[in-house]
Design a protein around this ligand. Structure first.
Ligand code: MG
Length: 367
């Protein structure tokens, strides 16, 4: 295969409503699509950092700059179209997981298309629908939260996750339990608590939650282990699950009992699959998380989520949940039974919507 071009499309797609976590909020989803055109097929990946530095050190600006100035020129100087070998090359650069995930995703998609097989098959997964759960941010009032929970349950989602922060936790969980009973429910603290807050978790422990996601700071792996010994609700690590080395420490210390695997944070499908395999060997069940992302990264994550140790529902939701219009066709849809069925076809199954990219494009560069 001969590479004809790499195109970077920085798109900005508005959210239906601002995306809020304990660290801040954003109203537009930024993503950089990496299009890798060869004489045989065109692969697409998505680098999907969140705007504002509250979620990660990387921003859309820094990811764009790293892709255009470093990663794409280095890739073109020494192209590697085998996705696993490509990732080994990319791993030589320190940091920048979002940029790497974008380029590596394009190489995976290209390879699957070239072989005429769905991406899940190339990744070693199974042809199965993925259960989807709804993630609900922080709202000014409990009533607004309950209204969202009701809507997502009606839409069929397989579990409800609500965000919590110090001072707004037990009250929210109690309100959801009182209104909706014994639904599959979990909370996500986004690392907003300290070890001194453990009474809140001992109280939350009484509500039969599926899991408590990332109560403490990213690097607080010993403290998570300590908290996990005190409560029976499984702790799920998200922000802490940032590299294969971190996962090995989590396993060794028993910092939690569940992992949230995010392709973007780990730097691509290859490292995410390595983490999945390490967790599986250690008996640590996983689920596939999102930040959220646009359709290309979401679709590739769904293919990965067909691997056997992705046990709990994914955070990937219907495209329409976040965006008036996504950048893939068909959009990602959730069945009334709360499942996402990946469309048949080589590669992602979903196609990139060129018109949507042009509508939302903010910057463009071709190499
Ligand atoms: Mg989380």
């Amino acid at each position: 295969m001969k590479i004809r071009a790499i195109r970077l499309h920085w798109v900005r797609v508005p959210f239906h409503e601002p995306f809020r976590i304990s660290g801040g909020e954003v109203s537009v989803k930024d993503a950089i699509l990496v299009e890798l055109e060869t004489d045989r097929a065109t692969g697409c990946g998505e680098a999907s950092p969140m705007a504002g530095a509250f979620y990660s050190a990387e921003t859309p600006e820094s990811t764009w700059e790293f892709l255009r100035a470093k990663l794409v020129p280095a890739f073109l100087a020494r192209p590697e179209l085998d996705p696993e070998k490509c990732w080994e090359r990319l791993a030589e650069f320190p940091g920048e997981p979002f940029a790497k995930a974008g380029l590596e995703g394009a190489v995976w998609d290209l390879r699957a298309q070239q072989l005429g097989m769905p991406l899940w098959q190339l990744l070693g997964g199974a042809n199965r629908p993925i259960p989807s759960g709804a993630a609900i941010g922080l709202f000014p009032t409990v009533e607004e939260l309950l209204e969202r929970v009701e809507r997502f349950l009606r839409e069929g989602y397989r579990r409800i996750k609500i965000k919590i922060e110090p001072g707004r936790d037990v009250e929210l969980v109690r309100a959801v339990r009182e209104r909706f009973g014994d639904i599959p429910l979990m909370v996500d603290a986004n690392a907003s608590y300290g070890p001194e807050d453990s009474p809140a978790f001992e109280e939350l422990d009484r509500f039969g939650l599926m899991m408590i996601e990332q109560p403490l700071a990213r690097e607080a792996l010993e403290e998570h282990a300590e908290l996990q010994r005190r409560i029976k609700t499984p702790i799920c690590l998200d922000e802490s699950a940032e590299s294969l080395e971190a996962i090995q420490t989590i396993i060794r210390l028993r910092s939690g009992r569940i992992l949230n695997i995010k392709v973007q944070r780990l730097g691509g499908l290859t490292p995410a699959r390595l983490v999945h395999d390490a967790a599986r060997a250690a008996g640590l069940p996983c689920w596939l998380g999102t930040m959220p992302e646009l359709g290309v990264a979401s679709a590739q994550g769904l293919h990965l989520a067909t691997l056997p140790n992705f046990i709990y529902p994914t955070d990937v939701e219907a495209s329409s949940r976040w965006y008036p219009a996504d950048i893939v066709t068909p959009p990602i849809e959730v069945t009334p039974g709360g499942l996402i069925r990946i469309p048949a076809g080589p590669g992602m199954g979903y196609r990139v919507d060129r018109a949507a990219i042009e509508t939302h494009r903010f910057r463009f560069e071709q190499f």
